[in-house]
Ligand binder design. Structure first.
Ligand code: MUC
Ligand code: MG
Length: 382
């Protein structure tokens, strides 16, 4: 394709509320719906790009809420982009960063729509804009978080039998450390060598809890522990990383490349959970990945439990990376009762497949979008 002048003319947002297939019990919240902010950008040449911003459990995971993401885009990001050339994605990122601090999920949703439209104008996948994909499928974990050990075991066994997942991430940190370690041990024992077990604490433990926790977890065969303590407490993360055999992963501690560098400097993890939204977009996530590779971290492709849209965007970038030693957790669409994509992302043989097509290679199903949108009276988008 040849680049034509394409001014940013209209940036629209809507909020979708999509029920989850079961309660998703995390240390800080129980999710029964996932809320997604959809962004659609229209350009003067008639091209259109789409993006998505999600968080987890309202304001319980991090400082951006769905409503805040939407408001940041409508009130502060859209006006500074209006009239700019849509091909100048780097210029748009600079321009947004100058007038909006933080708000990485909002920035990510908008930036994704810019990349999507650029890819479509050039008739190439977004992965090509990052140098091209080196893989077309990636291992994908499933999160066991029903709140009940027996339900989790049945779910894991079903996933293994279906050949959909054999890497399981258990959400713990809500109950006592002793109860949680027993829960993890029961699940590992039931699954044996058919699957691997990791846990995510979502910052719920004190350093003292974490010392007992990591010791207990590695004894029951858990291979990795994600963000056991507060994100800002890199010293505690560093102590845990150096004191136990079990791998320690940073998640909430990683908000963009500057944090990746700080985690590397402080040796505050073995593994980085790289999330597009939390990094501030595909470009910033690519910078986090570069730092992670250079510093010798194990890499893991994380999720903010996006729909197929954000999942497709992450796949575009992650497919350009040589090795995610710890795989990915790009299972977001599978946790939702409905897929908003016209062509759902394919999960097969324990892997998620990179969708094929221009841009992020994700097209919306307009009926689904209309059904799940929070304010059904507005109809301008899709
Ligand atoms: C997180 O903290 O990693 C990812 C999978 C899941 O179930 O929740 C998320 C968030
Ligand atoms: Mg996490």
């Amino acid at each position: 394709g040849v680049l034509t002048l394409s001014k940013i003319e209209l940036i629209e947002t809507i909020i979708l509320d999509i029920p989850t297939i079961r309660g998703h019990v995390l240390s800080m919240a129980t999710m029964r719906i996932q809320t997604a902010v959809l962004v659609q950008i229209k350009f003067s040449d008639g091209s259109v790009g789409i993006g998505e911003g999600t968080t987890i459990g309202g304001l319980s995971y991090g400082p951006e809420s769905p409503e805040g993401i939407r408001s940041a885009i409508d009130t502060y990001i859209a006006p500074v982009l209006h009239g700019r050339c849509g091909n100048d994605v780097n210029g748009a990122i600079q321009c947004i960063d100058k007038s909006v601090k933080g708000n990485r999920i909002a920035k990510s949703a908008v930036e994704c729509a810019l990349w999507d439209a650029l890819g479509k104008r050039l008739a190439v996948p977004v992965a090509q804009l990052f140098g091209g994909s080196v893989t077309s499928e990636m291992p994908v974990a499933w999160t066991l978080a029903s709140g009940n050990s027996d339900t989790d075991i049945a779910e894991a066994q079903k996933m293994i039998a279906m050949r959909r997942h054999n890497i399981f991430k258990l959400k713990i940190g809500k109950r006592s450390v002793r109860e949680d370690v027993a829960h993890v041990g029961r699940i590992k024992k039931a699954i044996g060598d058919e699957g691997s077990i990791r846990v995510d604490i979502n910052q719920a433990w004190s350093l003292a809890d974490a010392r007992w926790g990591l010791k207990g977890l590695q004894d029951v065969g858990c291979e990795l522990v994600e963000q056991p303590v507060q994100a800002r407490d890199r010293m505690a993360m560093a102590e845990l990383t150096s004191s136990y055999e079990i791998a320690v992963m940073a998640d909430e501690a990683l908000n963009g490349p500057e944090d990746a560098l700080a985690v590397a400097t402080d040796k505050a993890a073995d593994v980085l959970a790289v999330k597009v939204a939390q990094s501030g977009g595909l470009k910033r996530a690519s910078e986090v990945l570069a730092i992670g590779q250079a510093a010798g971290f194990g890499l893991y492709g994380g999720t903010m439990l996006e729909t197929g849209l954000g999942t497709a965007a992450a796949l575009q970038l992650f497919s350009t990376i040589e090795t995610f030693r710890w795989g990915t957790e790009l299972f977001g669409p599978l946790l939702l009762t409905a897929d908003i994509l016209a062509e759902p992302i394919v999960y097969q043989d324990f892997c998620v497949k990179l969708p094929v097509g221009p841009g992020i290679a994700a097209g919306l199903d307009p009926d689904k979008v209309a059904f799940y949108r929070r304010d059904r009276e507005r109809t301008s988008i899709v």
